[in-house]
Ligand binder design. Structure first.
Ligand code: UDP
Length: 326
């Protein structure tokens, strides 16, 4: 492996991608971000080369791969809203599957054979047990989860046929922000709990809606496994190094292993921000399981990954620093 690999980050202007670009730059890598800025921000790409481009554009991909030599590709560019994926599946299959195929085919053609893929806990569907390990059945219940599972299956076939080695990382609830305050979550519209709670704290929203208090959990609200974006970036780096070192393809869960309820998140946000956060009780949101918690032992063992910003207060403090700066 080159000591400072050359890495293509697709979707490097988005939430997790931008943290990854910063991380790779700090490791001394040559970094190229390829992003169409449909949901990302140019100013979130803190360095390296930026190429404005779309994965649907095969000619642009051909140009990218013929003018650069990449040791590996990290792919974050996808649509991520579960509800939207139910209403507009075509948009999800086209971008998350067809466009990913364009990327993989360009890689195969140009003999770039190391690929890190952003996958999701949504590949498992309704949990049959928690904590969820990688052997849990894959029965995604919405088009978003299906697109990610399809790509994981495509990756197995591309490994068999073309020797393209990949590591799929199945995120649970990505959260938090750059501990140095330069980057954070900027989804439009925002649908995720922690940024919404903090927008209610800062006054950008009147209140936070709690989607259901009648779940089978100790306080009746849903439990999720929040994993800090800086810990995610670390896992991607370790996975990339592992592939560059000659490892075989794999898929790992990335989570804290700790579940926090919606109410616990609101309570922690009140503590961290010192603000009053107005709460409105709302009906359940479709498709929300009561508990989603990761068993991430495989990633810890195989990648030597140790999440260090796992504490809920730390996650919220980092996200609050970013929200306060806006
Ligand atoms: N949630 C909520 N109010 C909101 C947004 C989310 O009560 O305004 C709940 C949601 O029902 C789920 C948890 O917070 O139980 C985390 O939701 P999020 O959308 O952040 O991530 P998901 O688990 O859907 O990936």
């Amino acid at each position: 492996m080159a000591s400072t690999p050359s890495v293509l980050v697709v979707g490097g202007a988005g939430y997790i991608g931008s943290h990854m670009v910063k991380y790779l730059l700090r490791q001394g890598c040559d970094v190229v971000t390829y992003d169409n800025l449909s949901t990302g921000y140019r100013d979130a790409v803190l360095g390296g080369e930026f190429v404005l481009g779309d994965l649907a554009d095969k000619a642009a991909l051909e140009d990218l791969f013929s003018t650069h030599s990449f040791d590996g590709v990290v792919h974050f560019a996808s649509f991520i809203q579960v509800g939207e994926s139910v209403k507009e599946p075509a948009k999800y299959y086209e971008n998350n599957v067809t466009n990913t195929l364009n990327l993989l085919n360009a890689m195969v053609k140009h003999e770039v054979k190391r690929f890190i893929f952003s996958s999701t806990a949504a590949v498992y569907g309704e949990p049959q047990y928690v904590p969820i390990d990688e052997a849990h059945p894959k029965q995604p219940i919405n088009p978003y989860g299906k697109t990610k599972w399809m790509v994981e299956q495509i990756l197995q076939d591309y490994d068999n046929a073309y020797g393209l080695k990949s590591i799929a990382l199945r995120y649970f609830n990505a959260a938090g922000a750059d501990p140095e305050g330069e980057l954070g979550e900027r989804h439009e519209p925002e649908t995720h709990l922690i940024p919404l709670v903090l927008q209610a704290a800062s006054g950008r929203r009147p209140h936070i809606s709690v989607f259901g208090r009648d779940y089978d959990t100790p306080d009746g609200t849903c439990i999720r496994d929040y994993i800090h974006v800086a810990d995610l970036a670390d896992a991607h780096w370790l996975a990339l190094q592992k592939l560059l070192g000659g490892s075989d393809s794999a898929a790992y869960n990335l989570g804290n292993g700790n579940g926090f309820s919606v109410q616990a998140v609101i309570n922690a946000a009140r503590e961290v921000t010192g603000r009053d956060i107005a709460v409105e009780d709302s009906p359940r949101r479709d498709g929300d399981p009561a508990r989603l918690v990761a068993n991430s032992l495989a990633a810890r063992n195989a990648l030597n990954w140790l999440p260090v910003r796992h504490d809920l207060d730390t996650i919220i403090q980092d996200a609050w620093r970013f929200e306060s700066s806006r």
